[in-house]
Design a protein around this ligand. Structure first.
Ligand SMILES: [Zn+2]
Length: 307
């Protein structure tokens, strides 16, 4: 059995795990990253995280073959080029060189959402599938495309920004500089904003779980907002299905864990807009790996790329 270090860097935590090729997590933990952490602090924290996993592996007499790393931003050739708005100075860093020279192991890096999608494709909701679309619904909307069993990232891995397809061409301004993007309508943040407007409540008192609870209670504002939320996602997913004809569309992110009803609403919406021939072999499902998807996907980068 082969083993790898899986690193999942987010805006507030670095999660890390010792993962076996068959998908068992032998050890995992996380370290927090202060909101004002600078580039070198973040690099140090990641270094500590890798060190902890390697130490744990040594205690278990396990030989680690490499380090997999999911990082926010545009990542290509082991380098994070930029685009990670939540991390200060997180650009133009050769993460692969840095950590491989520090730990003497091969290091493989990809974008965090790509890595999560890969984790779900290899070990989770799309296990055994060759073609899948992954969407993570949170503060923003990220995603990944698995095509012919491989991550697809476009030329120089700069694509698959699934949250930034247009669903309203005259729509509201998006953080990306575009207009009418899926993320601006269907992220958890967008849902909270819409619910605050319709209910008259203060945004600071609301989160995704609160709205889901009110939806289940049948509160009118929550029902309307959740139906719109599912409909926005359904429109975009229908487009993804018509384009890629995946076997699975996987919905992840905190709100996707609300229950099967949440996935069913989105699925119903998506299937009301798709072309039947494109969607014949497609199902829309919830993610199954939860918070472990990133570390498991990162480790699977190692297993795929090491001989
Ligand atoms: Zn956008």
């Amino acid at each position: 059995m082969r083993y790898a270090v899986g690193i999942d860097l987010g805006g507030t935590f670095v999660k890390f795990a010792l993962v076996s090729e068959s998908g068992d997590i032998l050890f995992d933990d996380k370290l927090s990253i202060g909101g004002k952490a600078l580039r070198d602090d973040i690099l140090d924290t990641v270094s500590k995280a890798i060190g902890k996993v390697i130490q744990k592996a040594e205690e278990k007499n396990i030989n680690v073959i490499g380090i997999g790393f999911g990082s926010p931003g545009i990542v290509d050739g082991g380098i994070v080029h930029g685009g990670a708005d939540n991390l200060n100075g997180w650009e133009n860093i050769n993460l692969a060189n840095l950590y491989s020279s520090q730990f003497g192991l091969p290091v493989f890096v990809d974008n965090d959402a790509n890595v999560m999608g890969l984790g779900e494709a290899v070990y989770g909701a799309a296990k055994g599938c060759t073609d899948a679309i992954f969407l993570t619904v949170g503060t923003g909307i990220g995603g990944a495309i698995i095509m012919n069993g491989q991550l697809y990232g476009g030329y120089k891995n700069r694509g698959t920004e699934m949250g930034h397809v247009t669903i309203d061409h005259k729509g509201i301004q998006c953080n990306c500089g575009g207009r009418g993007c899926l993320e601006a309508y269907a992220s958890t943040n967008a849902l909270i904003g819409q619910y605050a407007l319709r209910s008259g409540k203060n945004e600071s008192e609301i989160n995704g779980h609160y709205i889901v609870k009110k939806f289940q209670d049948g509160e009118e504002a929550a029902v309307e907002c959740m139906q719109d939320h599912a409909d926005y996602l359904g429109h975009a997913i229908a487009g993804f299905i018509n384009t890629f004809s995946p076997q699975k569309v996987i919905i992840g992110g905190g709100i996707s864990e609300s229950g099967q009803f949440y996935i069913d609403m989105i699925k119903k919406s998506a299937f009301s807009y798709v072309m039947p021939d494109c969607s014949r072999f497609t199902d829309v499902v919830g993610a199954t790996l939860g918070n472990s998807a990133g570390c498991m996907g990162a480790a699977s980068l190692v297993f795929r790329n090491c001989n």
